[in-house]
Design a protein around this ligand. Structure first.
Ligand code: FMN
Length: 352
């Protein structure tokens, strides 16, 4: 497909016009720790990660790695309905970490790993726990399934703190949990990804604390706390009263968090997650400093083929600007403006 486009940069003031005669294929291969992911997209935890067939479906739909639903030390029923709503700007959920418990999760993970291996998509197990040392027990349990990575969900409350503050809110608590998981997995050589929360004063400080404690990579971010109220009854709508925001409303928050974490930890791989719904969203996440891009609520908004649609849009956007390599956009927000950014007729960004 021929795509005419104008190359704008500070040197040519947009005078060059380059006509492509083929639609270039984007090189989607993405180095991530011990693996090269076939695509930069990673299925986020809690979205589809509850069965083997859905994890495999996500990989077949364009995810280069897939994350299972978080599991804890024991089975949990989670919160009663309503527990997840589409409110117009995204989703709000209070699923309450419903899961079958780590022992039962081992079987699911082992089967998923076997089916994902031929597709080249690594499997990320996700864990949570109560007291810090219990994270080690859960990590050792899921490690029996030999997942490629273990992600640590530290957004759950610290059962030892007076107000049940999440581990993710304190550099010391987050580092303590990370240390337990790193020690538990060291012998098995399974890299540890720590998933950070957005509602903290300095996410860069938390990122530095967990990487100093041995985290190999970071997932940035989990949902943002929020609440919906039904005006007629004056009552919160979710049965749990409050929940976590995801989807489009989360994107600017996630971009800022990824940007801050990239600055604080220049060498650490980051899965940038939050509000990625389109290919341009995914590219923006890479520009903020993400190494790979999480896809969660987009599957609700765009359907099961969302990852494939996002990849196609990434390819088309890059192609229209004469690029076929993600390295052209990676970390761009930390450097000079992208040289080939404005196709003919594109709206001029406002100053807000
Ligand atoms: C219904 C639902 C369930 C989720 N469950 C988990 C979970 O079990 N563990 C976790 O770490 N994150 C969980 N998340 C958070 C997502 O993994 C992701 O961080 C968040 O939704 C932001 O990404 P998104 O805007 O692309 O959805 C859940 C999100 C949703 C919407």
């Amino acid at each position: 497909m021929a795509i005419p486009f104008v190359l704008f940069n500070s040197r040519n003031h947009g005078r060059s016009i380059i006509i492509t005669d083929t639609y270039p294929t984007m090189n989607t291969r993405t180095p991530f720790l011990t693996h090269t992911l076939p695509t930069p997209l990673v299925l986020a935890s809690g979205i589809w990660g509850t069965t083997v067939s859905l994890l495999v479906r996500a990989a077949r739909s364009g995810c280069g790695a897939v994350t299972a639903k978080s599991c804890g030390p024991a089975p949990r029923a989670g919160h009663v309905n309503p527990s997840c709503l589409d409110w117009g700007g995204g989703l709000i959920n209070a699923i309450g970490l419903a899961n079958p418990g780590a022992e039962a999760e081992v079987e699911l993970l082992a089967q998923a790993k076997a089916e994902l291996e031929p597709l080249g998509a690594p499997l990320i197990a996700s864990i949570f726990a109560g007291p810090p040392d219990e994270f080690a027990t859960v990590a050792a349990t899921v490690a029996r399934a030999r997942p490629d990575f273990v992600e640590v969900n530290i957004s759950c409350p610290n059962v030892h703190s007076d107000f049940g503050e999440p581990y993710a809110a304190s550099p010391d608590a987050a580092a303590e949990v990370t240390g337990h998981v790193v020690d538990a997995l060291a012998e098995r050589n399974i890299p540890v990804i720590v998933k950070l929360a957005p509602n903290v004063p300095s996410i860069g400080r938390i990122a530095q604390a967990v990487t100093a404690a041995g985290a190999d990579a970071l997932c940035v971010i989990n949902t943002m706390p929020g609440m919906l109220i039904d005006a007629e009854s004056g009552q919160p709508i979710l049965a749990n009263r409050s929940g976590g925001l995801s989807g489009p409303a989360l994107k600017p928050i996630a971009l800022k968090c990824v940007y801050d974490v990239r600055k604080a930890c220049p060498e650490t791989p980051i899965i940038g997650t939050g509000g990625v719904t389109t290919g341009v969203d995914a590219l923006e996440m890479l520009m903020a400093g993400a190494s790979a891009v999480g896809v969660g609520s987009a599957i609700h908004f765009r359907g099961p083929d969302a990852p494939r649609l996002i990849l196609d849009e990434m390819t088309a956007w890059l192609a229209a600007r004469g690029m076929d390599d993600l390295n052209a956009v990676r970390n761009r927000a930390h450097h000079e403006p992208l040289y080939a950014a404005v196709p003919t007729g594109a709206p001029v960004p406002s100053a807000h």
